[in-house]
Every structure is written in structure tokens, then in C-alpha cells.
Design a protein. Structure first.
Lengths: 187, 60
């Protein structure tokens, strides 16, 4: 990441985020909309944590983290609606990187990678030692797939279209990849 | 309103148990190793992870 001195804070109601500008590329405006209109509501309901990255008083970018999981369901198996409370498939726990965005004026300077590495480090070094989670899951816009792949993320699998119809993909990063293939306990 | 956060994904596959086993045993690629090496260098004392807010402060 850049050598500029940065400050990292958790989103609070008094934070001035109205100047954040993210308009370039598919999904960008949704990221801006989320920060300005929705992130604080999730914060106050304890559903997510949004972290802001500042360079002096300028908001450089943000990321939003929550607990999350991926369920692997056999094709043709009951849907969630059919299964009800019994649930479906095999769930795998992780930390969800629900949003990551950099202000257009700070693009191509390594801030996005820096924020991603910070989120990854937080999940691996600060959360996983206390709460079981194997992956960082990423809810990414399809147009960002290559960017995340360059960081080592993989496609988690084909997910059904989401309710909003947005063109997103579900990716994952293994926090604790084995040096050697592990014993197959799940087969 | 922006697209809502999706806390859980459902991935369809032929054999869930085999898919989970495959993911758990998958070795990292070069890109992932490079990122993990960068994460190893993070200086948490310098980053000063934001302190969790107290419940009362959320309604300020």
C-alpha cells in the first residue's frame, strides 16, 4: 500500500462520508449508496462493521465485515424454503467481506489491496483464533473477479442470482491453506 | 437503497461433502501465498485497529 500515513476508524454517526465518490465501473454507485445510506443502519443493528480508511481528513475507502457462511447444497436438494428450520446442505463458516470500495480519486495506488490485506489479517489473526472461521468470503461484483483473483481469491461456486439481480459472484480466500492435502474427513 | 448484505450463500454442487473436502484440502496458489506473506507483515500496533464502540455510543 502507499506510504501515506493512514487512519483506520470504525464507522460512527458523526463521520462525514458525503464526499465519498465511487462512480467508475459497474456496481460502483451501489457501493457509494451503501456507505452513505445503509452502512450505519447495519452498524447500529450489529449486523456488520464498516471500517473507514482516512488519509488525513480525506476518506480513501472502506470495507464492511460480518459473520457469514456458505452452504453447499446438492443439486435438486430441498431449497431453504422447503427445508424450513432444518436447514440445507453443509455450512462452512467464515468472515464475510460484504463491501470494499476506494474513492475514485485514490484509485490505482494500492489502497484497495491494502484494505483487503487488512481485512484478511483481521479475520485470520484477530478473529479466527477465538471464533472458528476458515475463510474470508467475498461478495464481489463480477467485473472485479480478476482483481480478486490476482489477490489469490477463488470462486466459491455458482450462486443463484440474488434478489436484487445484481451481477455478483461469491469468492473465497482460505485463511489457513494446508501445506499438504488434509485428511478427508468429509467424504 | 443499496443492494443488501448477503450473510449466507448457497452453492449448488453435485456432491457437497466432496466439494467441502476439496476446498479444505486445496493448496494455495502463488497469488494467495503472496497475499498471505503481505498479511504476515502487517504491523497491528501501527494500524491501531479501531476499538469496538460502546452500545450507548451508537445512538449519538
Amino acid at each position: 500500500m502507499t506510504n501515506e500515513p493512514l487512519t483506520l476508524t470504525q464507522l460512527q454517526s458523526r463521520d462525514e462520508v458525503s464526499g465519498f465518490c465511487c462512480r467508475e465501473g459497474p456496481g460502483a454507485e451501489d457501493l457509494e449508496d451503501f456507505l452513505k445510506n445503509d452502512a450505519l443502519r447495519y452498524e447500529n443493528d450489529y449486523l456488520s462493521r464498516t471500517y473507514l480508511v482516512w488519509s488525513e481528513s480525506r476518506l480513501v475507502g472502506f470495507c464492511t465485515l460480518s459473520a457469514g457462511s456458505v452452504r453447499f447444497r446438492a443439486e435438486g436438494e430441498k431449497t431453504q424454503a422447503e427445508a424450513g428450520l432444518e436447514g440445507i446442505g453443509l455450512p462452512m463458516p467464515g468472515v464475510l467481506l460484504g463491501r470494499l470500495a476506494v474513492d475514485d480519486r485514490f484509485r490505482s495506488r494500492g489502497f484497495g489491496r491494502g484494505i483487503f490485506e487488512w481485512a484478511l489479517g483481521l479475520a485470520r489473526d484477530r478473529i479466527a483464533p477465538y471464533v472458528g472461521c476458515r475463510w474470508l468470503f467475498i461478495d464481489a461484483y463480477a467485473c472485479r473477479r480478476e482483481w480478486y483473483e490476482r489477490l489469490g481469491c477463488k470462486i466459491a461456486g455458482k450462486a443463484p442470482p440474488n434478489a436484487s439481480g445484481a451481477d455478483t459472484i461469491k469468492m473465497c480466500f482460505d485463511l489457513f491453506p494446508p501445506e499438504e492435502p488434509t485428511l478427508d474427513l468429509w467424504g | 437503497m443499496a443492494r443488501p448484505l448477503e450473510f449466507e450463500y448457497v452453492i449448488e454442487c453435485e456432491d457437497p461433502a466432496a466439494e467441502v473436502a476439496r476446498l479444505l484440502s486445496m493448496r494455495p496458489n502463488e497469488a494467495a501465498l503472496r497475499t498471505l506473506r503481505e498479511v504476515d507483515k502487517l504491523d497491528w500496533s501501527r494500524l491501531k485497529l479501531a476499538e469496538p464502540r460502546k452500545r450507548s455510543s451508537t445512538t449519538e
